[in-house]
Design a protein around this ligand. Sequence first.
Ligand code: ADP
Ligand code: MG
Length: 696
Amino acid sequence: MSFGRFDFSDNVMYLKGVGPRRAASLEKLNIVTKYDLLTHYPRAYENHSSLTKIRDVIEGETAVIVGQIFNITSREVRNLTIINAWIGDGTGYLQLTWFNQKYLLTKLRDGMRLLVIGKAKYDKWAQGLAMSQIQSFTILDDGEEPELGIMPIYPSTAAMTQKAFRTAMKNLLDQMPTLSETLPQEVIREQDLISYDEAIRAIHFPKNYADLDAARRRLAFEELFLIQCGLMLIKRQTQDDRLGISHKRNGKLVKAALEKLPFELTKDQQKVFRDVVKDMGSKLPMRRLIQGDVGSGKTAVAFLALVKTVENGYQGAFMAPTEILAIQHYEKFSALLGDLGIRVGLLSAKVTRLKRTKDEIYQKISAHELDIVIGTHALIQEGVQFDKLGLVVTDEQHRFGVAQRSTLEKKSDTLPDMLVMTATPIPRTMTLTVYGDLDVSVIKELPPGRKPIKTLVRNMRSRRKVYDFVRTEILAGRQAYVVCPLIERSESEMLADIESAEEIFSTLSNGLFRDVPCALLHGRMKPREKDEIMEKFRDGETKLLVSTTVIEVGVDVPNASVMVVEHAERFGLAQLHQLRGRVGRGSEKSYCVLISDSKADIAKARLETMEATNDGFKLAEEDLKLRGPGQFFGESQHGLPDLKIADVFRDLELLIQARNAADKFINDDTNLDYFPELQYNLEIAYGDKFNAMRQS
Ligand code: ADP
Ligand code: MG
């Protein structure tokens, strides 16, 4: 995007106050261009509007003080470095304390001037007020006046100070011409929004809190509006005038499949299957999402729907997020419903690697010699063409996006029905955003006979006992997972205490589990290597699997009865729940042990919630409450643009307004060509896929 001679795609390096070194630090934060910087929004603000004289600091209240420091000392207490210094401003003195920030010793010097924000408390050693809860501080250069006002705090790393960030941002805003408007005027008027230019400037440097609110509201609205417009366009696209397939009432084949299944459907499964049958019977194309916890039996319902489409003379496609899962589904389908005369094929990278096998399967698909094709992304490759596609199932767990789904739908001249499954518990309010274009069915109840997984939280001191227990389970013939947050030890100070998967693997496999087949699995391995390791674990050859969260997605190893999560505080609740779902799939009682030494209240509360409940939906809601906004979207890849400012919980009201506004705007048959900025943003947000879709 360019505005006159100012080019936003310019590298940040060319910005005054940045230079190559800071540019490298910024790149670690995914900031490469000026535009990236401009849209790197503050994560919080600090009110520096009024300074407090040290004399007037009140115990227990947050104060902003400026003074000179002296008497810097440090000592080691057990493993903790404690740094002390005094600060004085001519009206009084106060002691400052920093815990465990050894690197500060190289930064702080006697006589330096600091701006410090924190809460002071009476301290008997200091015989006066002392600040040991320092929220933040800035080193002021000689003669530099502290900046007052509402200060942005940016998501950053140790290498890029807040001060440097603010300077770079100020320079950018100063250089930048007035930004053109990105929303239609009519929407701005109706929603009473401030302009894009005002909002961008105020989100970084608000004059006051009212200013900040207006900026936040404008930008949050825009994000939500953009998402909703995209969803509406996609919906309109797929809902064009063509009618879908009207499947006939369940006949012999579906009934035979129901009888073949080695279990009775649960009440929830029956209800969801009824929803699906009803949709499939309608001339309108089915667009349905099945939400249900891991193991709740979604796939079983999807299998039945696939059988139904085959019964009606159509083909079915089932897209899984990984190769392992595709193979697993393929084997499961063959085991459960294999002898009904349905021809099932597998299409994944493994199959398509060889040109000959690839051509062969492509040919079989287009000649309708296969009734059901189960696969990965390979299904949406160019060249795959179905004869008569009647149903598309995607098992997405957030790995596919809206656009990919609709690519698959286009693989045939028919307008297939569509079923999406997700195991990520998405609270109701959120489905509106992420899956705004789908109807939702929920499976809450688990199949009978499942033993609930026992979850325990343990600290580092009990670690040995935990692993003794893991050993007992393995010697009794079962298998175990150990999950770690990092692959290798990090150089960042913040993560320096975290043992990596590599280290833990080495300790365990050379120590307590010397005589047990162990393996290490992580995301940086080649897919083929990962598959091999996973296969060995699934076949029971490997007993102990140390891994990063790559195992999060759906692998099914019923013999695994224990999961240990190291540094459990590093994971979100939804993620822990997904991980926990890897055990408890067999007949043995299963355990999930969360190891954590975190003292933070939020971390403790989260882990206790894990101990207390197995209900994924409850956890997802707790997670959002505890972690606050933004996180949910940040971590998942649902193919929708990330939300940088809007928070679908706090901004539910705004979300509904944005939805209504988008509905009106899009369904007024607006010609998007008149709104180049909006169109441009939609294209950025939804990528080329979306663009292609608009033209088709
Ligand atoms: P999901 O797709 O929701 O993770 P699956 O459909 O794969 O769940 O089911 C998990 C396991 O439970 C599978 O082994 C499946 O065969 C079994 N299962 C599914 N439905 C039932 C049921 N109603 N009763 C007993 N077992 C079931
Ligand atoms: Mg239909």
